[in-house]
Write a protein that binds this ligand. Structure first.
Ligand SMILES: [Zn+2]
Length: 382
């Protein structure tokens, strides 16, 4: 269902009613295509951890095969973006672990949020390494669960499952706090945080005091991008003390025509003229989890936010993991050289999916397929 981007169990069942589609499925996968009601019965009882373990196994296989190490930060660090999103909005008394908030007009909204650690790179990959649900333990709570509490749990599991992976955690200003710095120190992780004006006032005081004194920590860059002159001014200050932690700060002022933008980050990389450009570039990749991660899963065929199960959170979580696995598999296809050469302004990925589904509704010539599979071919990424 998720590989074919059908967005609902019903839509997948409609495909299943087609005899040719069902036959082709059996020819390729050597198993019967189940009715989605049957699938749902499995989703209701399967342990949530099982599908996540499967996902981790797939990601690790890609890491072992060195598919994901072509765009490492400073030739050594995987860029891991951590961010949360709303998975679904539900009705009151949906389950015992819903989160809730009160809107401006006094209405209570119930929902389920999820925190993701996704591996990203400049070639367009955005792969779920680990998922942590943000949810209350039971109905009788004083304080609700939140993203930062969920991150604590996520970080322990991340270290457990990917203990040898060198990571740079990229996240937003919410994470600019002592608990996060401590976790990164303890786990031996690097970080780049989008630093907002309201975050850590004492660090900002220090920055504003030192900025004028350390004029040598500055670099000007002029580029020509898509027909526009782009001016960038970089500034950095290292080793600002914050409750015993050494924080490195940097800023990039960008001017394109008359439009000015400002990008500010704090990190635990010692910043210098040799690494500032790549560091800011990595920090700016934070939007990728929103765009290539959540938006793709919400709007491009995966149906994140769709209620695959209305009654069971266990099933919901299992569907969500299947979605992450399918998105991973589809990215390997969509970002590979085989397909990339076919995608253009006129031919979108959506159109190619329609062609594939169309082929599966006709009789597949298995001899032809077998011949094709015998040919050696190389799929490159990037
Ligand atoms: Zn609920």
């Amino acid at each position: 269902m998720f590989i074919f981007k059908k967005e609902s169990r019903n839509a997948m069942n409609n495909e299943r009613e087609d005899d040719e589609f069902r036959n082709n499925y059996k020819k390729i996968f050597k198993v019967n295509l189940p009715h989605m009601d049957t699938v749902n019965k499995v989703m209701l009882i399967i342990d949530n951890e099982e599908l996540e373990i499967l996902k981790i196994g797939l990601v690790k296989a890609l890491i072992r095969k060195k598919i994901l190490d072509k765009d490492l930060l400073f030739s050594g660090y995987y860029k891991i973006i951590v961010d949360g999103t709303c998975e679904m909005i539900v009705k009151e008394s949906h389950c015992n672990s819903c989160l809730h908030r009160i809107t401006k007009n006094g209405q209570i909204i119930y929902f389920h949020n999820v925190l993701e650690a996704k591996l990203v790179d400049g070639r367009g990959f955005c792969i779920s390494l680990l998922t942590e649900w943000i949810e209350n333990k039971d109905k009788e709570y004083n304080k609700q669960d939140c993203e930062l509490k969920a991150f604590k749990r996520l970080s322990d599991r991340l270290k457990k499952h990917y203990h040898r992976m060198r990571m740079c955690i990229i996240c937003d200003g919410l994470y600019a706090n002592q608990t996060f710095f401590n976790i990164c120190k303890e786990k031996d992780w690097k970080f780049i945080i989008t630093f907002r004006d309201g975050n850590l006032p004492s660090v900002w005081d220090e920055v504003n005091g030192l900025k004028e004194l350390q004029q040598e920590n500055s670099y000007n860059d002029k580029l020509y991008i898509k027909g526009h002159d782009v001016y960038r001014n970089y500034k950095w200050i290292n080793a600002i003390n914050y409750n015993g932690f050494e924080i490195d700060w940097c800023e990039c002022l960008e001017k394109i025509e008359n439009k000015e933008s400002r990008f500010t980050y704090i990190s635990n990389f010692n910043i210098d003229i040799k690494n500032i450009l790549r560091l800011v570039n990595a920090g700016r990749m934070r939007w990728k989890i929103e765009n290539e991660g959540f938006n793709t899963q919400k709007n491009l065929g995966y149906g994140l936010e769709h209620k695959y199960s209305r009654v069971s959170m266990q099933a919901t979580k299992n569907y969500y993991q299947c979605m992450q696995i399918a998105h991973l598999i589809n990215q390997l296809f969509e970002l590979g050289s085989l397909l990339k050469s076919m995608v253009s302004i006129k031919t979108s990925i959506k159109h190619i999916w329609e062609i594939i589904l169309g082929e599966l509704r006709k009789t597949l010539n298995m001899e032809e397929l077998a011949l094709l599979l015998k040919c050696k071919m190389q799929i490159r990424f990037g």
